[in-house]
Design a protein around this ligand. Structure first.
Ligand code: NAD
Length: 421
């Protein structure tokens, strides 16, 4: 099939490369020509293990353009993969979705053959059949489900293991209302053997939000229990190992620590809170999930101050800036509030991350960036923010270490505190 990808960021680049690997012709579109230049030479515009190789291998099936009209004219289906950030009040900012829908609609006005528009971006339930449909219909002068297809196909990939997640998903969700859009998605995913759930479009959108909100809830729950376990001298990891063995519960996302960051959980939970609030149902559980998550990184600084009460003029080493290992993504990284707090306390910060320094420098140009993890160990204290594998190989002997992610080696021979253990 010939498909176009509107928005060549994390999700767009991965989705397009994977569809190309499955034998489809893929046209990548973005408003940022630099990303497309990279795609054209078989390089990924984002860091994701294996993605460069996949793009290079399928380059003969891939093209890239800033010309949305050209991409839509030449393809049968378009996946919308643009960003859906938060408004200041936490609600979803749909400006990129609206602009993309309008741009597609304008091309559909002239296009004679059937075209299916698939929403892959994470959007609150009701968006695709609401503002997206409206913008498409107004700009095209045509009617959705009759003159062109419209569907939802939410993405569940995790950065760092995106290719495995796309090729071996737990499930594929297809929100469809017309048979031709259903056929498009079923054809694209024909070789997948995982459960495929066909639902109404608003249901598919809601499945994505509820999945993220539940995973975020598990993390904040594990952190709240972890805080309690620490005061009782109980190992929270042992507790959750036992809890997770219950088949009704499952062990995933029970690692206590300094909380969740990234481009999805924080913004998606906030968007669901805003949507529920607008419906007159402010969700108490989800509000607490966010509150616990905001406090958790500051606990690391409070623990540090137990050992070094006055941080003014102290050199504090920070290991890890990415929101999790194997990515250069720093969106909502827990390193941001922690370093902000250290700066407020007057500490000098020396930070290291294998991939994320370039991104982080634009947020905190005034701190020092080390060229190796070992350099960070020379500081008065070391904070572990991201559990990169290479931090397991360091010698922490004699150092003051406050660990937010439970790197076992860091406890060997050091003055050691874990945030929840
Ligand atoms: P991103 O910011 O990395 O990429 C978005 C891209 O869209 C950017 O390259 C931007 O330049 C481009 N863009 C914006 N407007 C455009 C337009 N009108 N035409 C063409 N391109 C345009 O975002 P992302 O992380 O890939 O997320 C995209 C969506 O997928 C979001 O809704 C997000 O919540 C969801 N999602 C993300 C992940 C993840 O791990 N990153 C996982 C699942 C779902």
């Amino acid at each position: 099939m010939k498909i176009s990808i509107l928005g060549t960021g994390y999700v767009g680049a991965v989705t397009g490369a994977c569809f190309a690997e499955l034998g489809n012709d893929v046209v990548f579109v973005d408003i940022d020509p630099a990303k497309l230049d990279m795609i054209r030479t078989g390089r990924s515009p984002i860091f994701e293990p294996g993605l460069d190789e996949l793009l290079a291998k399928n380059l003969h099936r891939i093209s890239a353009t800033t010309d949305t009209a050209l991409a839509i004219r030449e393809t049968e289906a378009t996946f919308i993969c643009v960003g859906t950030p938060s408004n200041p009040d936490g609600s979803i900012d749909l400006q990129y979705i609206a602009a993309a829908s309008e741009a597609i609609g304008e091309v559909l006005r002239e296009k004679e053959s059937w075209h299916t528009v698939v929403m892959k971006s994470t959007v609150v339930s009701g968006t695709t059949t609401g503002i997206v449909r409206r913008r498409l219909e107004e700009a095209s002068g045509k009617e959705a489900f009759r003159d062109f297809g419209l569907a939802s196909n939410p993405e569940f990939l995790r950065e760092g293991s995106a290719l495995t997640d796309v090729f071996s998903p737990d499930r594929i969700v297809m929100g469809v209302e017309d048979p031709r859009s259903r056929e498009v998605l079923e054809t694209l995913y024909a070789t997948f053997t995982c459960p495929k759930l066909v639902t109404a479009i608003p249901v598919a959108e809601m499945i994505k939000y509820v999945s993220n909100a539940f995973l975020a809830t598990k993390i904040s729950f594990a952190n709240e229990i972890g805080n309690l376990c620490k005061t009782m001298g109980i190992d929270t990891a042992e507790v959750f190992a036992g809890v997770g063995l219950d088949a009704r519960i499952n062990p995933a996302f029970f690692r206590s620590g300094i909380g969740f960051g990234g481009s999805c959980f924080p913004k998606d939970v906030r968007a669901l809170i805003a949507q529920a609030g607008a419906a007159g149902l402010p969700p108490k559980i989800l509000q607490s999930v966010v509150a616990v998550n905001e406090e958790q990184p500051l606990r690391l600084v409070a623990l540090l101050k137990k050992h070094l009460p006055d941080l003014k003029g102290k050199r504090i080493g920070v290991l890890g800036l990415a929101f999790k290992p194997d990515t250069d993504d720093i969106r909502e990284s827990r390193a941001i509030p922690i370093i902000g707090e250290l700066r407020k306390e007057g500490a000098g910060v020396i930070a290291y991350d294998p991939l994320a320094i370039a991104h982080f420098r634009s947020l905190f140009p005034e701190i020092t960036y080390a060229s190796s993890a070992a350099e960070v160990l020379e500081c008065d204290a070391v904070l572990i923010i991201t559990e990169w594998k290479e931090f397991e190989a360091l010698d922490y002997t004699g150092k003051l270490v406050i660990d937010g992610r439970r790197v076992p080696k860091a406890a060997v021979g050091s003055i050691y505190e874990g945030v929840c253990w």
